[in-house]
Design a protein around this ligand. Structure first.
Ligand code: SAH
Length: 238
């Protein structure tokens, strides 16, 4: 998958050069390109923002450099979907990440200051928010979106891993433990040491459903609906 990010701060994307995303890049599963919006400014000072019409606070990223940048980047992959990061967008969820992970490419526009000129919305396929709060720029949201999508791409994680993550089946993940068996008196649940895979599976499902019921009733309601009203862990033992 080709991912192009348009930003006025290309230097802050080092998290995408670390760990699992770095590995996905070196394996050629994703190709990541950072584009400096200022390189698409026709202004001699490379200015990309201006004061808002109607007056008021802050600066607004202008249409022209963003249009030019998107048009340029599209030449490398005309099938790419264009995403505008915005607190006014559709909330990013695991489901959205799964949907976007199937696309051929993504172009992500990072806003800044007061945001972008409204007319930019005519060239985007999605406006995405990473939550109901306002950040200084779209760079962190772009990294969140990329990180989440990349780990879903085939060959990035062990095949089955993302299937059992929180949200994948409308459930939060089950509790995890690693060595030692007893840490300061806190013991690993016996069932996990039993070697009985059927019992372990049942225990995990039960933990996941109980946890979801307690912490995220909204998600649990969706889980029940998906399962046709029946809690799949109802008959499982501890
Ligand atoms: N005045 C705007 C906020 C601008 S914040 C408003 O109230 O809607 C500046 C930029 O940061 C935005 O253009 C967007 O690209 C990014 N941004 C801020 N919060 C975000 C969020 N929750 N999700 C996605 N992008 C966000």
């Amino acid at each position: 998958m080709r991912i192009d990010i348009i930003t006025i701060f290309p230097e802050i994307f080092s998290p995408l050069d670390t760990s699992i995303v770095k590995r996905a890049r070196s394996r050629g599963i994703i190709e990541l390109h950072l584009w400096n919006l200022r390189d698409f400014s026709r202004d001699k000072h490379k200015k990309v923002d201006d004061a808002p019409y109607g007056g008021g606070k802050g600066m607004v990223l202008a249409c022209e450099p963003i249009f030019l940048a998107v048009e340029h980047v599209k030449k490398f992959n005309s099938d790419s979907l264009t995403i505008l990061t915005s607190p006014q967008g559709e909330i990013f969820t695991q489901r959205k990440a799964e949907e976007l992970s199937k696309s051929k490419g993504l172009i992500i526009i990072c806003g800044h200051y007061e945001g972008v000129d409204e007319r930019v919305k005519t060239i985007v396929d999605y406006e995405i928010s990473i939550g109901d709060y306002v950040l200084t720029g779209g760079e962190l949201p772009a990294m969140v979106i990329v990180d989440c999508i990349v780990r879903l791409l085939p060959g990035v994680l062990p095949e089955e891993a993302p299937k059992f993550d929180s949200f994948s089946d409308c459930l939060l993940d089950w509790p995890c433990y690693t060595r030692p068996e007893n840490f300061r008196g806190m013991k690993v649940p016996g069932v996990l040491l039993s070697g009985n895979h059927e019992r372990i599976k049942e225990w995990r499902l039960k933990q996941a459903t109980e946890r979801t019921k307690q912490r995220r009733p909204d998600l649990y309601a969706r889980y029940l609906k998906k399962k046709g009203g029946k809690d799949a862990s109802e008959n499982s033992s501890d």
